[in-house]
Write a protein that binds this ligand. Sequence first.
Ligand SMILES: [Zn+2]
Length: 306
Amino acid sequence: MQTTVRAAITFDGVGLHSGRPARLTIRPAGAEHGIWFKRTDIRLGDTLVPARWDVVQRSPLCTRIVNAAGVEVQTVEHVMAALAGCGVHNALVEIDGPEVPILDGSAAPFVRGILGRGLRTLAAPVRALQILKPVEVRTDAGWARLSPHDGVRMDFHISFADAAIGTQRKSLDLSNGAFVRELSDSRTFCRKADVDTMRAHGLALGGTLDNAVVVEGARVLTPGGLRHADEAVRHKMLDALGDLALAGHPVLGLYEGHKAGHAMTNLLLHEVFATDGAARLVEIGPEMRARLPGVGIQREEIPAVA
Ligand SMILES: [Zn+2]
């Protein structure tokens, strides 16, 4: 059945790119509501922004959603991944500024908050977007593909010149809490050389060594080092789950990403919805339930970090 959070949960932090303080509150919502953001700092006009693939606008390093009135929320991917990975289908996410707080750079603080509060079951079945035939997008940077699969699975491949990241590949079945155990604590990462460039463009103003893994060649500059040897590819999978959640339903299929990023995953969703017969909505019965992310997780399973 569909779920929502049992009670409101608040998170305080700063936006990674804007550097602005932000308070985010996840509130319960009814069945069939879906996930919506609401800007509480704007008094007039339409302040609701749907967490949906078709309102994503181009943004260099994060996922930014914008409603018809031009009201935006950026860097939604980590909180979206936490909601999807914990199996929360309905919520109103209030925020008092334009960017979701980055917290520790992973989804673990959101997961800890959500699972700590607990979920409430609603009187409506979950519908998933079942992929019926392979759909693929390619750019000069890489490619991403969704194919039919009897569950939620990911296979991700990255390759960076910096030896601290190098080539990493990971495959994971996201059923039964695998997201929480294996992906949720992996942090966003960047190269030291890119930090200055981003700052010059007014980005990453809130970035610190406490909320991002910064690498330079073979060295990891972040104190304490990595949480996983392949933390970078795990974080890319976390991002992909958050970006796929903008389909508005769990996506039943195999997602493969080769040097893919936010823009490419969004392009892929556009392609799925534009292709006849590529996908259909199916009601999830008891036998399929255990194959979705978010089922069967205990709070004790959240990785003990940060
Ligand atoms: Zn990310």
